[in-house]
Design a protein around this ligand. Structure first.
Ligand code: SAH
Length: 243
């Protein structure tokens, strides 16, 4: 069943409108008709809804909320602090949304090939759109937030919960050990280095502010793979991959 994010509140028994790109998508591509069921999501809550009216002239759809749908959101917020890459952000945001990440924080590290420069608005708009589309497709109840890129030094105050840095040179503490030792947390912050990896001064800084350095094992994963693998492992270990 197709899922759509609505900006207004949805109330059971009441009608809501879908317009813009989503309205066009329903009327033109999906060709959903009156009487068919869809899922409307607003403010983190999903509702099974019946299509009441389809207007092909202005591409709007009116639907009525029937009943709430059980949440698809993980109990734990996974926040990915991803080193700015050459050009892998679109992929990371799309796939990370599918896995269940709640926030993406692009970070400029010493070895990040791409640096923060000028206005980021166009890029941010594109990234947020990718998160929205991926959230619809993967049936999230929220659209993950993509934050403005920051330098490592500026993230100190955004950390609460369990924070881990995936460090390719960590030889004595695995992600598995860490999760076993610390137990479940409501928020897990995961740091991933860029293509060139971390500079040791960055690891030193992260450890100083309370971040645990962990290994994902002996094989080296690409930057765009590491965060996805770590997020999946955390959710799996926390029992969040159950049906
Ligand atoms: N160029 C580096 C590897 C960078 S991999 C080298 O050759 O050593 C990019 C990022 O993915 C790393 O900074 C780290 O955050 C993560 N990563 C990849 N494989 C990992 C592993 N086995 N353990 C922990 N982190 C890993």
């Amino acid at each position: 069943m197709n899922r759509f994010f609505i900006d207004d509140e949805i109330k059971i028994g009441e009608e809501f409108e879908i317009s813009g790109d989503d309205g066009r998508h329903i009327t033109r591509s999906l060709r959903i008709k009156k009487g068919e069921l869809i899922e409307g999501v607003a403010f983190g809550k999903a509702y099974l809804s019946e299509v009441i009216d389809v207007n092909r002239e202005d591409n709007t759809v009116i639907a009525k909320a029937i009943e709430p749908i059980k949440t698809n959101e993980p109990m734990t917020s996974i926040r990915l602090f991803q080193g700015l890459t050459k050009s892998k952000e679109d992929f990371i945001i799309q796939k990370g949304t599918e896995v269940g990440i709640s926030d993406f924080f692009p970070i400029e590290f010493i070895r990040s090939v791409s640096k923060i420069k000028g206005k980021q608005d166009n890029k941010m708009e594109r990234w947020q759109k990718i998160a929205r589309e991926s959230a619809m497709q993967s049936k999230r109840d929220i659209i993950p937030r993509v934050h403005y890129p920051k330098k490592l030094i500026d993230i100190k105050d955004s950390l609460e919960g369990l924070s881990i840095v995936l460090y390719e040179e960590e030889l004595s503490f695995s992600l598995k050990d860490c999760l076993k030792k610390i137990g479940e947390c409501k928020i897990v912050n995961i740091f991933v280095g860029p293509e060139g990896g971390f500079d040791s001064s960055e690891i030193k800084f992260l450890i100083e502010i309370g971040v645990h350095s962990v290994s994902l094992g002996r094989r080296i994963l690409r930057t765009e793979t590491a965060g996805l693998v770590a997020s999946s492992i955390v959710l799996y270990e926390y029992g969040d991959m159950e049906i």
